[in-house]
Design a protein around this ligand. Sequence first.
Ligand SMILES: [Zn+2]
Ligand SMILES: [Zn+2]
Ligand SMILES: [Zn+2]
Length: 304
Amino acid sequence: MSELRWHPLLREWVTVAPARQDRTYHPDEAHCPLCPTRPGMRETEIPEPDYYIAVFENKFPSYSREQGRCEVVCYTSKHDSSLGEQSVAHIRDLIDVWQERYAELSALDNVKYVYIFENRGEEIGVTLSHPHGQIYAYPFVPPHVEREFESSALHYEETGGCLYCQILEGEWQGERTVAENDRWLAFVPEFARWPYEVHLAPREHVGDITELSSGQADALAHLLKVLLQKYDGLFGKPLAYVMAMHQRPPGDGGGHYHFHIEFYPPNRSADKLKMLAGSELGAGAFILDARAEETAKRLREVGR
Ligand SMILES: [Zn+2]
Ligand SMILES: [Zn+2]
Ligand SMILES: [Zn+2]
């Protein structure tokens, strides 16, 4: 059973989950718990001979059922693949799954925030290489989102408008644009904290993934694939990243908050990683050695 401990200096929750020590660590394909259960083989997490997209509760959850929920979303039954390799239609179906899980989890009594994310690549400590993402339904609003939410509320109070809509205004077909279609924009924000950080955001103001129209979801599937292919083309190898969906906390209005997806790849070049060190970890001040305008240009040109 995991335990929540309050950090009084930072005023945020720290989760202690000792059971996670025993989780499966870098298994090969024959022992992968996220592959389908092949006839005559040992049973995996998915007791089916094949699947399209699968969702189940994490066997090593960070939060118990009383606290929240931790789910695993397997993008495909194919072990050696990735989200970016899926067809646009497949990604579009995944968006439906995300919407459905978001709606169900955010309606739970003890859940204060539903966080959809993916960790990809050994560089950021992924222990299972099978293409999958996760969903954490937290018993609190996590600090990063809470801070964005507060900034957004403050801006709304001062101007009556959405902070993120204002950020987006100058970015269409701009020098920090990575890719775009008529409804979504992928760009490196001026204030990026990671060298190839990208934000993916809808042009129209939407608070969470369930509010996307079918047309907006189609356009998201398209641009998500474009972006992930650019990432893998950047250094000619699968790029590690964290994909983080930022949505408004369920239930308390928050109409001022704008849904967006942030990506943080740790690489600053093909073989060098940005490590979080003294300034970032000890002081919370990020220092970058590349300008957003340059990294955006590099990403924009991949695949051209
Ligand atoms: Zn697998
Ligand atoms: Zn907005
Ligand atoms: Zn954000």
